[in-house]
Design a protein around this ligand. Structure first.
Ligand SMILES: *[C@@H]1O[C@H](CO)[C@@H](O)[C@H](O)[C@H]1NC(C)=O
Ligand SMILES: *[C@@H]1O[C@H](CO)[C@@H](O)[C@H](O)[C@H]1NC(C)=O
Ligand SMILES: *[C@@H]1O[C@H](CO)[C@@H](O)[C@H](O)[C@H]1NC(C)=O
Length: 366
């Protein structure tokens, strides 16, 4: 499952139209083998506008937000991309909001939070405007300093995905499409550019399986409608190719020994401190860049799987299924059943034998 969400800032309107063009394009070109394969194998969700009230309050041909931010904000004058829970900075706001994670948030935000965290999305794009760049997690960080990266456990993967989009858009790839843009290769870490606290992109990462990247599509936030076909031409290949990335890495199912799906099993990759969990059908998808990985599955009440070594190749997806044995009541009470531990991110660069040897070193736990 992939989703594209546009226009959460109502006056950043190019993405809104691109998603409508994309829907038409996918339908019209279903007979084309590449598009037919993509549509046949991918659940594609397109949300042209997350902020229709803001869009209504915006004006065609206005390149910057209005001084009072009506248009950018929703009808309650709130910036929806500052309204999500934040993994690093939300303790106080959470407390002030009364303790519930949805308390005091905008209706649009709560609807998105519910959609994101209840559905097994794998990949996501969030379309903005006012610059031309692919900006990847994290947007928020702990440094509180300008220009400092906030690096996620999937940094390498995010850079790869951001480049898929940027490299296929000539303006974005140049990194200098707008007067104030200086983005080498057309990509940037979100926090390095400027910190966003309470953004939707990071929420996807820490509250769901989905990987989301923010795509800034145009220097002018709400350009004249006559320019839209040109924006489509520049973004078409990127939009399609990014959707296709949901089929990289590994996928499979986690089952009990008698063949029933296990929901909520954790798929873990050594050296990457971020799990994905299985759906109610026991399915998982774990996007990975080409390379060698060690993967295993664990679930509450089951014995963790053996570790499996996998070599991920470019443009190829490997299927790795797991079968987990239920722990007997005796084993469940027995602390001897040890879960394998995570090792630091750099370990992925170690030779495999060394990596395996290091797995017993408990101090390396995150
Ligand atoms: C997509 O699925 C349809 C229906 O099963 C099939 O006729 C068509 O050949 C498929 N297209 C591709 C490109 O695989
Ligand atoms: C939009 O079109 C109008 C009328 O042709 C023109 O005056 C204006 O400069 C254009 N705006 C932009 C941002 O290109
Ligand atoms: C990954 O899953 C394991 C096993 O359930 C858990 O102990 C660990 O904390 C998880 N890691 C993260 C980053 O959530």
């Amino acid at each position: 499952m992939v989703k594209y969400v546009a226009n959460m800032h109502g006056d950043e309107s190019v993405g809104r139209q691109l998603l409508i063009y994309l829907a038409q394009f996918l339908l019209k070109n279903y007979k084309n083998p590449r598009i037919g394969k993509l549509v046949n194998t991918t659940d594609i969700f397109l949300m042209p506008s997350m902020n229709p009230d803001g869009f209504e309050a915006s004006l065609e041909g206005h390149c910057e937000s209005k001084h009072d931010y009506s248009g950018r904000h929703n009808a309650n004058n709130m910036d929806l991309n500052r309204d999500f829970p934040d993994q690093f900075n939300d303790d106080m706001t959470q407390f002030l909001r009364g303790g519930s994670i949805i308390e005091g948030r905008q209706k649009e935000t709560v609807a998105m939070m519910t959609w994101i965290s209840s559905q097994p999305f794998v990949l996501s794009g969030n379309f903005h405007g006012g610059a031309v760049v692919a900006s990847y997690p994290f947007d928020s960080g702990t440094s509180k300093k300008y220009g400092v990266e906030s690096i996620s456990p999937d940094d390498e993967l995010f850079k790869y995905l951001a480049h898929i989009y940027a490299d296929n858009n000539p303006d974005m790839h140049s990194g200098g499409a707008c007067p104030s843009d200086i983005f080498p290769g057309g990509v940037t870490n979100g926090a390095k550019w400027y910190e966003v606290i309470g953004g939707m992109q990071d929420f996807n990462y820490f509250r769901s399986n989905a990987l989301e990247i923010t795509f800034e599509l145009s220097c002018c936030k709400y350009p004249n409608a006559t320019t839209l076909p040109e924006h489509w031409r520049k973004n078409k290949e990127s939009l399609i190719k990014y959707l296709e990335q949901v089929h990289i890495g590994i996928k499979g199912v986690v089952l009990t020994t008698d063949g029933r799906p296990i929901e909520g099993a954790q798929i873990r990759i050594y050296g990457i401190n971020r799990n994905v969990s299985t759906t109610d059908r026991g399915e998982y998808w774990r996007l990975l860049t080409p390379g060698r990985y060690i993967v295993f599955a664990s679930a509450w009440g089951y014995k963790p799987s053996e570790m499996v070594e996998v070599t991920v190749k470019e443009n190829e997806q490997s299927i790795i299924n797991f079968t987990l044995k239920i722990l007997s009541s005796k084993e469940q009470g027995n602390t001897e059943v040890e879960y394998p531990r995570m090792v630091p991110i750099m370990s992925r660069l170690m030779p495999l034998d060394q990596l395996v040897a290091s797995l017993n070193v408990r101090d390396y736990d995150y």
